[in-house]
Design a protein around this ligand. Sequence first.
Ligand SMILES: [Zn+2]
Length: 139
Amino acid sequence: MMTTFDPDLDTTRHSIIIDHAALVEQQRLVANPLLAAVALLGVWALFRYSLEVRNLYLFLSTLFAACVASSLVQYHCLDCGGTDLALRARHHACSGVVGRVRARAHPPLWPPALRAQVKSWLLVAAFGLVLFAIFHHVG
Ligand SMILES: [Zn+2]
């Protein structure tokens, strides 16, 4: 009896093609700006120092460091517990996420999209800076 199954030829690799938009919709990611915030505090200290000593190169490298530091926002996945940089979040596809995409489940209501979370953290930071500036000026 012949079977049509050949383990060398019929390697069923489970690489399925998933729409990126559907993937992002099904992710349950929580933004964590702690690392970026700590890095930006260091950048802020360096920034003030560069102004104090009037060093242009230090000032420019501080600007560069600010860009790098702000890309250190991380995310935690509520499905697999994984943590990675938020810049790479679009490609996060653990079994929980892929399972929901395949089941065509309703997008989870909580947590909100990672972009929205990062935007709200930016708003909080801006609000905090304004408050700091006001009280720093008054006091
Ligand atoms: Zn995950």
